[in-house]
Design a protein around this ligand. Sequence first.
Ligand SMILES: [Zn+2]
Length: 273
Amino acid sequence: MDGPKRWNREWIEEIFHPATTSHILAIPLDFHGGEDVISWPYTADGQYTSKTGYSYICGLLALEVASSSSSMNSTLPPNLWRKLWATGALPRCNETTWRAIRGFLPVREQLFQRHVDTDPSCILCGHVSESTEHIFMRCPAAMAIWYASPLSLRVENVPSFQALWMSFLQEQQSEVVALAQTLIYQIWEVRNRVLFRQGRLVVSEVLDRVMGMAAECSTRAREGTPTSIVVWRRPPERVVKLNFDASFGDGKVDGLGMIARNHRGEIMAAATP
Ligand SMILES: [Zn+2]
């Protein structure tokens, strides 16, 4: 807050996703008119007691156990959560990734189950159900974005969204994780723009935004220090660069992907079977 009765709009916009920002800014700050007081909601007189504090925590733990046993709420070990928040990605990218892993993003499959939305299908490809895993990994749009990014990741080979983040956080350096977080943020952004009819899906534009944001956070993180991430480089003029990858199972090829880009980094052709 900026003073007692005003939200610090600029600061909130910098930290949170636009959808969250609008919710925060919509909270009225002056409906009481009086001074703020500290109050504990679990006793009649508003005074904290350790007994009510204890039973509140027990209630939270019970809730946590109940939700972690349901399949949607995947969770990571505490040290990996800490790494997730300390990669140097922009705060709104951290937040979106965190919400995605916890299953807190309002994907249409969930809104449909809660009877908020009447249509659970994916707005980008028309798939019957937009789950977190679908929109970030299984959707052809998401697969193209991951593969065409400097990570050149064949995300369709990864068994689940949680497995994707386990492997990023356990095996990759912060710069790589930060880039992946930025990618998640931009996939969610383009999905929202298409859903709310404010734009269309163009993979190269999404990647431009990812690289713009990545540049912004790396200059913020430390000026002038070279990063260890291997970044895709443009070919010289009049040369087309072809990146490809294949995976094998049972002695035969079970996955293929390729992408051709020109000296400006524009995608000229891409293919997956
Ligand atoms: Zn889709």
